[in-house]
Design a protein around this ligand. Structure first.
Ligand SMILES: Nc1ncnc2c1ncn2[C@@H]1O[C@H](COP(=O)(O)OP(=O)(O)OP(=O)(O)O)[C@@H](O)[C@H]1O
Ligand SMILES: [Mg+2]
Length: 471
């Protein structure tokens, strides 16, 4: 235990701490300037460069579950900056990867942020790091192998920090043979393929996060392109609030917007009907809801399908005529005693008439849509059969803003319901991609008027059912 403070206090000159390491005794200072190295001995210069990578750049200060703090030696970071290996040259900087020696291998971590270390003489910086995973060390060569995500054994404060080399990154990011898509190269190297295991990725929810302009949409388009190439028979539904994806998916996808979406209003469940039709609040809202529930159920029950099904609810996606709904509201109003207030009935009736008449709402509230069946709509929107276009882009930029969230809710719910109700059938998994998902996520903060930070601007993807069918 006494050893640790000693090490920490001697950290301000990490190279000296490094001198304690087995590989490079006392060569740190001269090695920092390769310029004086004699010309003919190129090999010697190479050795020096390699040794530079084998010396520590810092020490672990603080260890916690999610991440830790390390102190990095500025002099060593500057030495590394001239290194030919881009990964070593970037060592210690924000976004770079570093490795920490553990008893029988290496822990890999990435640097999250840096700040000046005010305790010492100003020659070190303190950085927060996030652990990525761990690997074993090959005895003879010192290379990392068997890298895997997660940490089983944390380092102890005082453990030494080293730059991760391109060779290390190659080991870490090498594919293990599962089906993967390539999306680029691992920064800062230029030749290590950055891949994603599609089955693993699509098997759970995933999000692309980044502040504005960092390339989220571009990455989402790239990933979807790769997925479509790998699984042309797949089913992807993307909700595109700004109409920015149609150009990217002209060949791979069907583009739906207000001109051809034709989303039947009767697909909405009761809650969604309330969102669209009822604008009152408090007691009035409850009153309106009761009336709407009664009339909606009556209108849906008129359908022959409903009669053959027996028991239906207000939420059942059974086509009904908007005129039936207004007629039932009218009838209910007629049954009132004179003293009772007719305002709620009038409110609902007026709103329905408004939606029917407004051309902006025609993609959803057109009388023509009653003839469609749910199956028609699902096969169109979920690309079943896909006809070589596995992705449908629903461009909601032209949808009137007061019902945008309802349209998105209906589409998302359909994906979910389809997966739940089709559980026992041989159905296909559907990937739902939602650009700027935070717009549709109810947030307490939003209600207060504080905006959700743009950092949350995400491409939210949601996949239902196991994915092995998709790829
Ligand atoms: N890998 C890349 N290399 C160079 N430029 C890129 C890269 N990725 C994206 N860009 C460019 O960066 C700009 C912003 O990209 P993009 O629209 O994808 O960002 P975004 O994170 O979706 O932004 P927003 O938050 O505004 O939606 C675009 O002009 C795009 O061409
Ligand atoms: Mg974007």
């Amino acid at each position: 235990m006494n050893e640790m403070p000693g090490r920490l206090s001697s950290f301000n000159s990490v190279p000296a701490a490094g001198a304690g390491m087995q590989r490079e005794p006392q060569q740190t200072q001269p090695a920092s300037q390769p310029a004086p190295a004699p010309q003919p001995e190129a090999d010697h210069a190479d050795d020096e460069a390699a040794d530079l990578a084998r010396q520590p750049i810092g020490v672990v200060l603080d260890v916690a579950g999610s991440g830790s703090q390390v102190a990095l030696d500025l002099e060593r970071l500057n030495e590394c900056m001239d290194h030919d290996d881009p990964s070593i040259a970037l060592a210690g900087q924000v976004g770079s990867q570093i490795k920490i020696r553990t008893r029988d291998g290496w822990l890999l971590a990435s640097v999250r942020n840096q700040k000046q270390d005010r305790r010492g003489a100003g020659n070190s910086v303190v950085a927060n790091i996030d652990f990525m995973g761990e690997g074993m060390e090959e005895r003879l060569t010192g290379k990392i192998h068997s890298f895997r995500r997660g940490v089983t054994r944390y380092p102890i404060p005082g453990a030494l920090v080293y730059p991760a080399t391109t060779e290390d990154l190659r080991q870490i990011y090498s594919s293990d043979g599962r089906s993967a898509i390539q999306i680029g190269t691992v920064y800062p190297t230029s030749d290590i393929r950055a891949g994603m295991y599609i089955d693993a990725m699509l098997g759970k929810h995933f999000a692309l996060l980044g502040s504005t302009g960092t390339g989220k949409s571009t990455s989402a388009a790239l990933i979807l392109h790769r997925i479509c190439e790998a699984a042309p028979q797949g089913h992807v539904l993307m909700i595109d609030p700004h109409g920015e994806y149609s150009a990217a998916f002209k060949n791979y996808g069907m583009i739906f917007d207000v001109s051809n979406l034709q989303m039947p209003y009767w697909l909405m469940n009761f809650e969604e009907h309330c969102e669209v039709l009822l604008k009152s609040s408090g007691n009035d809202l409850q009153n309106d809801k009761d009336i709407l529930a009664k009339c909606l159920l009556a209108a849906r029950s008129k359908n022959r399908l409903a009669q053959s099904m027996g028991k239906i609810t207000v939420d059942s996606p059974i086509p009904y005529l908007l005129s039936d709904l207004t007629n039932f509201v009218q009838d209910e109003m007629g049954k009132l005693d004179k003293a009772t207030n007719t305002a709620p009935y009038m409110r609902i009736k007026t709103k329905i008439e408004e939606l029917k008449a407004d051309p902006r709402y025609q993609f959803m509230f057109s009388g023509m849509l009653v003839g469609d069946t749910m199956g028609d709509f699902l096969s169109k929107i979920f690309r079943m059969p896909g006809g070589g276009k596995p992705i449908s882009i629903v461009d909601v930029s032209g949808v009137p803003s007061d019902i945008t969230s309802t349209v998105v809710a209906v589409l998302s719910r359909l994906v979910f319901d389809f997966a739940i109700w089709g559980r026992n059938e041989k159905t296909h998994p559907i990937l739902l991609v939602c650009e700027e998902a935070h717009r549709y996520v109810p947030s307490e903060k939003n209600a207060d008027g504080n905006s959700v930070g743009r950092v949350l601007s995400v491409s939210y993807t949601h996949l239902t059912l196991p994915t092995s069918d998709l790829v």
